[in-house]
Design a protein around this ligand. Structure first.
Ligand code: AMP
Ligand code: MG
Length: 330
């Protein structure tokens, strides 16, 4: 009788795949923060709704274009009492600006608007217009004291270069706290993984080919929770008379950055840091960005230049597959 029971149990285990059942992955897509987002979450289905809600509520706080967001109120009124998350991100944006010598600048909004990016009514500014907007750009025009923010007249804030990374990081923390087994969140050029894939394989994230952004020029393979954020000149731009004007502006000149780089991908534990630095290192250019990396210990980077060369810092090089590249050493 006992033997018979054991045999039945064994068959049952074989039929159910021998061992703990792999959790199901739930997927969703949404449009938020001006970008298409896709979510893949292993665990309870309610975690998808929870993540969507978090993304939408952060958009409602942080977007410069959403009516009545904290940032829109600050830009309109010149002062605002910020919600804790907005104040937290604005402080991190200021820290990023200080750390990168102003290559990342959360006060570039007058310039971003002058070029017509938020409205889609693109315009190539005159020298006089650029000089006017540059006079209203710079972190010296922004004061943040706890939750109280204030701007000089004519100045405005844009967290578009860092908000998606922050949102991904916030969702990742929430997913960890609420028992998700694993997740991959892809928010535009921002990828955030949570935990390791339940089937035991590595995460594989493609880096877009700037010449053909729908295909990957390289693949990054890694396990565990990580943020991988790309800034590129192909992500948002307009063309006039055969010239491409893209959305990452040099705060010194007020013009789209042109330094031979086409994209910068940052790998880091923090999504906020990765997003801020992807924009900043794009502004710096390969040489200054490599020096910046040599003096840092909290991120790795992959650069793609105009001629299609891929340069990877040591730690990133160890994870890169499916491409040939130049390794940058310390
Ligand atoms: P990203 O795709 O993360 O590099 O962010 C680009 C967005 O950040 C642009 O669409 C602008 O809204 C904003 N931005 C442009 N130039 C800068 C800059 N130098 N520093 C901070 N934000 C910027
Ligand atoms: Mg960024």
């Amino acid at each position: 009788m006992k033997k018979w029971f054991a045999a039945v149990l064994l068959v049952a285990l074989v039929l159910t795949g021998c061992g703990p059942k792999q959790p199901e992955a739930h997927e969703a897509q949404l449009f938020a923060m001006d970008t298409l987002m896709s979510l893949r979450i292993w665990g309870d289905e309610a975690l998808v709704t929870q993540t969507e809600d978090t993304l939408r509520s952060l958009e409602a706080l942080l977007s410069a274009t959403a009516e009545d967001s904290d940032i829109a109120r600050l830009n309109r009124d010149g002062t605002a009492e910020l919600q804790p998350q907005t104040a937290d991100l604005l402080q991190q944006a200021l820290d990023c600006a200080a750390r990168t010598g102003g290559a990342f600048d959360p006060t570039v909004y007058p310039l971003v608007c002058l070029w017509g990016f938020p409205s889609g009514k693109y315009h190539i500014p005159t020298e006089a217009e650029l000089t006017g907007a540059l006079a209203h750009t710079g972190v010296q025009h922004l004061q943040l004291d706890g939750a109280a923010a204030a701007l000089d007249a004519g100045c405005s804030v844009d967290l578009g270069g860092i908000a998606k990374g922050y949102a991904a990081e916030q969702c990742a923390h929430q997913l960890e706290e609420t028992g998700a087994q694993a997740a991959m969140l892809s928010l535009g050029g921002n990828v955030q993984t949570v935990g390791s894939k339940p089937d035991g394989t590595a995460w594989q994230v493609g880096i877009a080919d700037p010449k053909d952004p729908s295909s990957a020029i390289a693949v990054v393979r890694f396990t565990g929770s990580k943020a991988l954020v790309t800034s590129g000149d192909y992500q948002r731009y307009f063309e006039q008379d055969g010239v491409r004007y893209h959305h990452i502006l040099d705060p010194q000149t007020g013009r789209p950055v042109q330094n031979g780089l086409r994209s910068v991908t940052i790998l880091a534990d923090s999504g906020t840091l990765a997003d801020g630095l992807s924009t900043a290192l794009f502004v710096m250019g390969l040489e200054r960005a490599t020096e910046f990396w040599r003096a840092s210990s909290d991120f790795e980077a992959v650069f793609i230049t105009e001629d299609g060369t891929i340069c990877a810092t040591e730690g990133a090089a160890a994870l890169l597959t499916d491409c040939t590249f130049t390794e940058l050493t310390r």
